[in-house]
Design a protein. Sequence first.
Length: 191
Amino acid sequence: MQLQISDDMALFFRSRSFAFKLLRQGVLLFAVLSPLFSFAGYAGGPYVVWVNLDRSSDGEKVDQIIVDFLSGKSIECDGQWKMGDSLLYMKRRPPSIDDELVRDAFLGKKKTKMKQLDVALRRYRDAEFPHHEGLDGIIVYSRQPEMKIMSFTAGARRIESVAVASQGNVPVKEDVEDAFCALLPPITRAS
């Protein structure tokens, strides 16, 4: 007994095979292209403000350590700082975050100023980056009462700090870099 396939049946199987090939190619194309469109809702960052309350030459050295560190090619920070994706506002920081507010919030530990700082971080909009809504936090260097780097994360209620040098000593590059990474705020903005 020999099975004979009519022309209609052959056409059916060929068209079905063609449909499966199209479906397979469509799935493959989707798998390749979908990562290109997966950034919807992605919040890059972190976006951080750097404030140095030390106006001495030692304070300028600390600023330069941060600039050199973040412009270097091998930034680790346990993967938290991403070149081209993270932002640090150092020279051009939000006008609502001035030294007096930072000093009162960080050194004076005034709760009302901490709330004001939190609001300023969350509401900040940069004209150059209109799609970025708010900032994730602020990192502050001060030598009063001791040389330390402090951090406040938007939405948090506390300040974290790390001492970077004993009184009278200039902070060491590695200590400043390590403290910066340890205190780097997580991404808190809505994605």
